[in-house]
Ligand binder design. Sequence first.
Ligand code: CO
Length: 216
Amino acid sequence: MDLYNQIFNNNREWVKNKKASNDDFFNHLAEGQNPEILYIGCSDSRVTAEEMTGVEPGQMFVHRNIANLVPNNDNSSASVIEYSVAHLKVKHIVVCGHYFCGGVKAAMQAADLGILNPWLRNIRDVYRLHKEELNSITDEKARYNRLVELNVQEQCANVIKMATWQKSFLSNGFPHVHGWVFDVQTGELIDLKINFNKILSNIREIYDLGLGKSNV
Ligand code: CO
């Protein structure tokens, strides 16, 4: 049986297993969602948001696109962030990149990729912002990995530039923003422990929207 047809068998099996451990599982899901986490990750089929984190349905709001980007004028990611922060009131926002990211790799190469050009230009902008550091890394794979990490950092910065996030954080003290990287080769999830206080103090005067006291 090909994978496409297998999926419906898998689904029936999954429903059976979920009901076996909790007969009310789907009735409970139908009542609503109360996720604590917004996860923004890459569409890459190897980076499975729910499976690799072990979360259950209802626990994590998920947005995925090529190279886990939060571009300034992207209505899709902005709407996801607006809804999850202002309405679902998530406590954490995670931007998760991954090593071996095809989107990041493509942005490091001289190639015309049509409609992908403006999307991947966001990553080229990350490279330009960190050109000095990246160009000082002579090993190509290490440079590629570092760009994956810096891309996560810049997308996290894009989240905290948004009014929705600033309003919630200044009045509620959340959501906290985290940068992660998934290593496809080991399966390991790495918290980059990005120092947001440092980043914020560098960019705050530029991106301050005047929404509260500057205790971010
Ligand atoms: Co990717």
